[in-house]
Design a protein around this ligand. Structure first.
Ligand SMILES: Nc1ncnc2c1ncn2[C@@H]1O[C@H](COP(=O)(O)OP(=O)(O)O)[C@@H](O)[C@H]1O
Ligand SMILES: [Mg+2]
Length: 228
């Protein structure tokens, strides 16, 4: 299967007047459509920075990230972010002053999806993650954490992006809700052919993914294929 993302000798440093932090020293890895990946590693090892690079939120200081064989540095960064990569965060990052429905419509508005189609897609994706129509008009703080995270996933899905990046998506959830979120993410990879990459501290969750990468002090190690 062809790689949707290929990371070649990528490095990244945070610099300011006082210091330089070499957050990612070396990363070589590749990701395929239809697969789910875990990135594990200690706090501060550079996982979130790597995810920001994959999402196009930061540009590599060195090396190259290829999307379908094309260097992301040569692509329009806003377009790459908007059209290809969706990020899901531990704290859900929903707009608190927009309703559930408006949150999901938002990403499609940015892309210019016509209103009627956007509404249909939003209804379909919300239903697919188990959000009921009576919850569409609620505001995010009126939902449980698990529900909010499922809305965040529906928002990423409705946008149609192929690469789903999730930074500790189950970090604030109890076991039942975590399992539900992980089930959804695996389904996206295996049934909808998206590329799912999640950062997790949870060894059991990592073990459910198709492959595991480990970040150690800024160096990305090994692609350990999980036997299914
Ligand atoms: N905006 C920033 N400015 C300076 N240093 C940062 C910034 N963000 C993260 N870092 C540093 O980069 C390193 C990697 O951080 P991060 O990618 O967040 O690791 P992880 O997600 O694995 O905990 C850490 O040493 C962290 O302190
Ligand atoms: Mg992090």
């Amino acid at each position: 299967m062809e790689n949707v993302l290929t990371v070649q000798n990528v490095s990244f440093s945070y610099r300011n007047k006082y210091q330089t932090v070499n957050a990612v020293k070396r990363a070589d890895c590749s990701f395929e459509r239809g697969k789910a990946y875990a990135i594990v590693g200690k706090s501060g090892s550079g996982k979130t920075t790597l995810l920001s690079l994959l999402a196009g939120l930061e540009l590599p200081g060195g090396g190259t990230i290829l999307f379908d064989g094309k260097s992301t540095q040569e692509m329009d960064r806003d377009a790459y972010r908007r059209d290809n990569a969706a990020v899901i965060y531990q704290n859900y990052n929903l707009f608190p002053l927009l309703t559930v429905m408006e949150n999901v419509l938002y990403s499609m508005k940015l892309k210019g999806v016509p209103n009627k189609e956007a509404k249909e897609r939003a209804e379909k994706e919300l239903a697919a993650v188990g959000i009921t129509p009576d919850q569409f008009k609620r505001f995010p703080p009126q939902l449980s954490g698990g529900e909010q995270q499922r809305v965040a996933i529906a928002r990423a899905l409705a946008a149609g992006n192929e690469i789903i990046l999730a930074d500790e998506p189950t970090g604030n959830l109890d076991e039942g809700n975590s399992e539900q979120v992980v089930d959804i993410l695996l389904r996206l990879a295996h049934e909808e052919n998206r590329c799912v990459i999640i950062i997790t501290h949870d060894a059991e969750i990592a073990a459910r993914m198709d492959a595991i990468y480990t970040m150690r002090d800024g160096v990305l190690e090994g692609n350990q294929e999980n036997e299914q």
